[in-house]
Design a protein. Structure first.
Length: 178
C-alpha cells in the first residue's frame, strides 16, 4: 500500500474519533504543530527510522516530546511509531487538516502583502474570496512579501488570485511584448 494511502487511513481514523469526541478544532491545532515539527526536522525522522533504535525507546521519545498533546493525538503518534509509519506522520497531519476543513467548509489561504493585514482586513478578504471557491470561510496565513509592491496576491489550493501591483506590471509587460 502506498504511503499516501496509509497516511489517509490514519488521518480518516483519527478524524472519525476526533469528530465523535467533539475535538476537531483542538486536534487540528495540535496536528498543525506536529506537521511543523515533522516536516522541518530530518534528524527527528532519521532517529525514528533508525534500525538500531529499539521501538520502546522511539515510543518513549514520542511520549515525552509530545506529552502536552491530547491523548488522542499522542496515542495516534505512538501507534504510528509502533507500526513503523513515522515517515507518513506529516502527511497524515495534512490529510487530517483537509478532512476537518472540508467538514467545516473552510479553505486554507495564503495572502502575500507588503505589510501585515489587520484582523478586519483578513476578514474582508475571507468574506470576498470564500464564496469564489465554494467555502464558508478562509483560514488565512499572511506572508509579508515586499516584491508584490502593493495590493494582494492570494493563493487558495491551486488557485491564485493576483491583484498585486507587480502582477499587474508583469501582465502589462506580456501584453506589450506579445
Amino acid at each position: 500500500m502506498s504511503d499516501i494511502a496509509v497516511a489517509k487511513r490514519y488521518a480518516t481514523a483519527l478524524f472519525e474519533l476526533a469528530k465523535e469526541q467533539n475535538l476537531l478544532d483542538e486536534t487540528v491545532e495540535e496536528l498543525r504543530a506536529v506537521r511543523e515539527v515533522f516536516s522541518g526536522n530530518d534528524d527527528l525522522l532519521a532517529f525514528l527510522q533508525h534500525p538500531k533504535v529499539n521501538a520502546e525507546r522511539k515510543k518513549q521519545f514520542i511520549a515525552e516530546s509530545f506529552a502536552n498533546l491530547s491523548t488522542l493525538v499522542r496515542n495516534t503518534l505512538l501507534l504510528m511509531t509502533d507500526r513503523h509509519r513515522t515517515d507518513v506522520i506529516s502527511q497524515m497531519a495534512v490529510d487530517f487538516i483537509e478532512l476537518a476543513n472540508e467538514e467545516k467548509s473552510v479553505a486554507e489561504a495564503t495572502i502575500y502583502t507588503v505589510r501585515p493585514l489587520t484582523e478586519s482586513e483578513q476578514q474582508a478578504v475571507s468574506a470576498a474570496f470564500a464564496a469564489k471557491v465554494g467555502k464558508r470561510t478562509l483560514r488565512i496565513e499572511n506572508i509579508v512579501d515586499r516584491s508584490v509592491l502593493g495590493g494582494i496576491k492570494l493563493r487558495i489550493g491551486n488557485r491564485i488570485f493576483d491583484g498585486s501591483v507587480s502582477g499587474k506590471l508583469e501582465r502589462l509587460e506580456r501584453e506589450l511584448l506579445g
